[in-house]
Design a protein around this ligand. Structure first.
Ligand SMILES: CC1=C(CCC(=O)O)c2cc3nc(cc4[nH]c(cc5[nH]c(cc1n2)c(C)c5CCC(=O)O)c(CCC(=O)O)c4C)C(CCC(=O)O)=C3C
Ligand SMILES: [Fe+2]
Length: 385
């Protein structure tokens, strides 16, 4: 059964992601794409290149996005949502402009975008909107048919959607259960996310967001909320009500004199060991799939540190292509479609922060320096009219 009205006025969904290398020859050009104009120290790039070469130059992220695409298509198909799904990346093939070309050639003009990043921050939100603006502008300048009318909107941040949080509660419980029984109830939780510069964290979120005046901004406030939700559900399920938990960071890449969010997961493991922790369960709530930041920074580097310390660790899986996450995307698509039609759909969200805004307000999640045009937000007026 298909209801064409359900997704009106949209005619396609675009999965927009980071992209990653798929072989040794891709690694250096990929890193050049990622870091163009970002002032990352050369030594850091050599180091990160080494991480990719350890895995044969293949990042898991593209395969994971292919799986997510399949999961979305299956979920949409099973629920009579006849909405085609496309995929484009910021840093590697399939590139975003090519995905837009493809959906334009198929006749689509009104597109919803799912970025594979759950929280408010420049890299995960505005930078994708900048990528959309640049791609739209380029296609319009090229005179690609339909590009002048193409309108893109971005789905709201989904960090507190049950379809994101619930699979992580389950994977945290599974990670605890993977530890020897004698240490399970004393295992502490370390929620991890990508470190970003303090300045970018402080200014993350919308200008009026109360979190934005506080250190860490909306980025940290949103992560703390997800961490609390998972910790509470884990307490409920295990009966261990005083299990310590903390939000920590990983994958720092800036120059040492610039402050980034801390503590780093490896320093945290050391501190936990010194404090007598029996075990630590790492829960990468900052990421949507088990890509390189998870496989290297946690499963390789942090694990090595833990082994050196003799501290038992386990790592919870990210949501990846979990059917509950695919269903959440469908719900978000239906919700936004209804809102665009002038209806007032339920806006599902767990915890105290409420559902995030549909349209990024002017001035949300600004870049560290400069301001580039960004599509799919209140500051983009060039909506293909
Ligand atoms: C907040 C955030 C997320 C989470 C939200 C989201 O998912 O979007 C994220 C995800 C990812 N980051 C990734 C890879 C990289 N990020 C880098 C650099 C940076 N990331 C930053 C932030 C984030 N990054 C920042 C502030 C920088 C500094 C330079 C800059 O301001 O841009 C670099 C350069 C080298 C280095 O690490 O220094 C690489 C290679 C991959 C792909 C992994 C794979 O291949 O499987 C993914 C999913
Ligand atoms: Fe990154």
């Amino acid at each position: 059964m298909s209801d064409a009205h359900a997704h009106a006025p949209y005619d396609a969904l675009l999965l927009l992601s980071f992209g990653g290398p798929e072989g040794e020859d891709d690694v250096v050009p990929f890193l050049e794409n990622v870091t163009r104009g970002r002032g990352i120290p050369k030594e850091r790039l050599v180091e990160v290149g080494r991480h990719y070469f350890l895995f044969g130059g293949v990042s898991p992220i593209n395969a994971q996005n292919r799986e997510l695409l399949q999961a979305l298509r299956k979920d949409f198909g099973d629920h009579g949502l006849d909405l085609p799904v496309y995929w484009g990346n910021r840093n590697w093939a399939p590139y975003l402009p090519d995905a837009l070309r493809e959906l334009l050639a198929d006749g689509h003009r009104r597109v919803l975008v799912l970025a594979t990043s759950a929280y408010a921050n420049y890299s995960g939100c505005r930078q994708y909107r900048e990528n959309l603006a640049a791609a739209l502008t380029a296609l319009r300048e090229e005179g690609v048919p339909g590009a002048a009318e193409l309108r893109v909107d971005k789905l709201r941040l989904f960090y507190n959607h049950p379809g994101f949080v619930e699979p992580m509660i389950e994977s945290t419980l599974a990670a605890i259960d993977s530890l020897p029984e004698s240490i399970r109830s004393n295992a502490r939780l370390a929620f991890t996310t990508h470190s970003i510069p303090d300045t970018l964290a402080d200014s993350s979120g919308a200008p009026g967001d109360p979190a934005r005046g506080r250190p860490g901004g909306a980025y940290v406030a949103q992560h703390l909320e997800v961490a609390r939700l998972i910790a509470e559900a884990v307490a409920e399920a295990t009966g261990v009500t005083d299990r310590p938990w903390e939000l920590v960071y990983q994958s720092r890449s800036g120059a040492p004199h610039i402050p980034w969010l801390e503590p780093d997961i490896c320093d945290h493991l050391e501190a936990q060991h010194a404090a007598g922790a029996a075990a630590v369960v790492m829960v990468p709530i900052g990421f949507v799939s088990d890509h390189m930041e998870v496989k290297y920074d946690l499963d390789t580097q942090a694990r090595e540190k833990a082994e050196e310390l003799g501290l038992p660790v386990a790592r919870a899986a990210t949501v990846g292509a979990d059917p509950r996450f695919a269903a959440a995307v469908r719900e978000l698509v239906l919700e936004r479609s209804a809102t665009e039609r002038g209806e007032s759909p339920a806006r599902c969200a767990l915890g105290a922060l409420g559902a995030s805004y549909d349209v990024c307000p002017v001035g949300c999640c600004p870049a560290a320096r400069g301001a580039a045009p960004a599509a799919a937000g209140a500051d983009w007026t060039d909506n293909g009219n």
